[in-house]
Design a protein. Structure first.
Ligand code: NDP
Length: 246
């Protein structure tokens, strides 16, 4: 397998960590961003103990200038980005009639505008080198909507539009662009939801449990392979059967 340089945004989080591990174990050079240096260093050391060296660069995905610096830093430390996983994300849940402009903007900036901020500085280089893999981590709630998540569902649905447009523009340049839409996965983001709400969610999942971060990482890694070169503009729902719509 060809060794590539992969950037996973939000690599220190629950799903991000699993993606970083998976790509690193496949032999890729893997980079991720951080905002809190001390927290990031503790995470890096934990990964190093497991034999996984991660290239750490500062970066706020909601800030375009910070993202340009982040991509330059990755390029400098481990070469041009071949594989980009737009994974960093946040929620700021509340019903829309109570939602503040800030809650709307924070979620749209971090989940959707980040796709512009991070992808724009890597795409021209990928086109020049005629190879690239871009994967967005969207959400089941971008497909079906969710009470209390008008901001998040709008941002996550927007990521699909981004994926299918970018896929069309770059297909002839050896670049595939796909989306993975996880259902509820047992990470801090979901464990922060009150237990009684989580129990109600699990009842709706035909497989009968929350997902594991590794199950998302496996699918992301598949999209990044050479063998997946004819899969572009796809959206893969991984949700234990929770939502089976098109
Ligand atoms: P976590 O909260 O565990 O991790 C989120 C990661 O994103 C952290 O590394 C965090 O870094 C980073 N991040 C957040 N905001 C920014 C920012 N402005 N700039 C840079 N990095 C940032 O979330 P999950 O692992 O659960 O989720 C990962 C992705 O999967 C998200 O996009 C989420 O929406 C999506 N998803 C998750 C589901 C789930 O059930 N968990 C279900 C469906 C989709 P920091 O430590 O600095 O905050």
């Amino acid at each position: 397998m060809t060794q590539r340089t992969a950037l996973v945004t939000g690599g220190t989080g629950g799903i991000g960590t699993a993606i970083v591990r998976y790509l690193a174990k496949q032999g890729h050079r893997v980079a991720t961003n951080y905002r809190d240096e001390a927290k990031a260093e503790a995470w890096r050391q934990k990964m190093a103990k497991d034999g996984i060296e991660v290239c750490m660069v500062p970066g706020d995905v909601a800030d375009p200038t910070s993202c340009e610096d982040m991509i330059n830093a990755v390029h400098h430390k481990c070469g041009p980005v071949d594989i980009l996983v737009n994974n960093a994300g946040i929620t700021r849940d509340t019903t829309f009639h109570k939602m503040t402009y800030q809650q709307w903007m924070d979620v749209v900036n971090t989940n959707l505008n980040a796709c512009f901020n991070v992808t724009r500085p890597v795409i021209e280089d990928m086109r020049t080198r005629k190879w690239g893999r871009i994967v967005q981590i969207s959400s089941i709630n971008g497909q079906k909507g969710q009470y209390g998540q008008a901001n998040y569902a709008a941002a996550k649905a927007g990521m699909h539009g981004f994926t299918i447009s970018l896929a069309q523009e770059n297909a002839r340049f050896g670049i595939t662009v796909n989306t993975v839409s996880p259902g509820y996965v047992a990470t801090d983001m979901v464990m922060a939801v009150p237990e009684e709400v989580r129990e109600k969610i699990v009842v709706q999942i035909p497989v009968g449990r929350l997902g594991k971060p590794e199950e998302i990482a496996h699918a992301v890694a598949f999209f990044t392979t050479d063998e997946a070169s004819w899969i572009t503009g796809a959206n893969l729902a991984i949700n234990g059967g929770h939502y089976m719509g098109w």
